[in-house]
Design a binder for this molecule. Structure first.
Ligand code: SAM
Length: 278
């Protein structure tokens, strides 16, 4: 059995009772960082066998953990904070566990993207989670261009020192007035939400050193105009003529669709047929 256990993103009280029980009962804690895991386990009064499992773990480490699972051991996967596999390591182990025929059980809990959205006031019937944007400015703007036209909010993770640059690029790509929410230090003592147009919030952040952890929400883009351009009567006549319709049928279509008098419609159809022949 592999348990995928969400842990607090700041406030240790957010560890669920079920997560605490699973960590207590697991044979092995597979942790992104075993030292951080030791702190959490110490807080719970637990002394457990841990195994490091992170983005750079070798295939051998993955195989060892799968062997433990196949041998009937109970492994609890945790990351440094929040839900494993969400911008965090773990997906390879989860996939390998399923493939090996083991049971995988999620133990839900905090996820910064969802925590930020829940208190942002931004309607989130639909939203897009974009993780960390690229670090290079050019790549980042291209990345944003592909995301910010959607009519739903987009959530980003970002390092505190890069938050201002991200907001400036959001203003450049999505418009200076594009509404954003910066959720900082969620569930911690200095928790803060900053709301406003991207450019203003960027200016505000430029006045101070942004510390701690930051999640950025960009409000939905304007609804995209989806109505296709309607052809004019003469454009439609030309198109129908090219399709080989006789003048009588073209005229009938123009009368039905544009309300043209029969004589005017017929003349337009005749001209379209004539110019097709030229
Ligand atoms: N797996 C985690 C989760 O479920 O949220 C996310 C891990 S990702 C490596 C870390 C990023 O999540 C941070 O850089 C920040 O963008 C965001 N984050 C984590 N904790 C946060 C907090 N307390 N407040 C605001 N953002 C946070």
């Amino acid at each position: 059995m592999l348990y995928v256990v969400a842990t607090p993103i700041g406030n240790l009280e957010d560890l669920s009772a079920r997560a605490g029980r699973v960590l207590a009962e697991a044979d092995i804690i597979a942790a992104e960082d075993t030292r951080r895991a030791a702190k959490l386990l110490g807080h719970l009064g637990l002394s457990k066998r841990t195994a490091s499992f992170h983005s750079y773990s070798s295939p051998e480490r993955l195989a060892e953990l799968v062997e433990e699972l196949k041998a009937g051991k109970c492994v609890a996967l945790i990351s440094d904070a929040g839900t494993p596999c969400i911008s965090d390591p773990g997906a390879e182990l989860v996939a390998a566990a399923w493939q090996a025929g083991c049971k995988v059980v999620p133990i839900p809990g905090p996820c910064a993207a969802v925590v930020a959205l829940s208190a942002s006031g931004v309607p989130a019937g639909r939203f897009m989670f974009a993780g960390y944007p690229p670090r290079k400015a050019g790549e980042r703007r291209g990345f944003l261009a592909g995301l910010l036209s959607a009519p739903w909010p987009v959530v980003f993770y970002e390092a505190p020192g890069r938050a201002e640059d991200l907001l400036r690029d959001i203003a450049a790509v999505g418009g200076r007035e594009r509404q954003v929410v910066v959720a900082r230090e969620l569930t911690k003592v200095f928790e803060e939400f900053v709301f406003g147009p991207a450019e203003e919030v960027a200016a505000e952040l430029s006045q101070r050193e942004v510390k701690g952890e930051v999640t950025v929400i960009v409000g939905p883009g304007a609804p995209v105009e989806t109505a296709a351009k309607q052809p004019s009567a003469s454009e439609l006549a030309a198109w129908l003529a090219r399709e080989g319709l006789p003048p009588g049928r073209i005229a009938a279509a123009l009368t039905a669709l544009y309300g043209l008098p029969r004589s005017v419609a017929y003349e337009s159809a005749r001209r379209a047929r004539a110019s097709k022949r030229r």
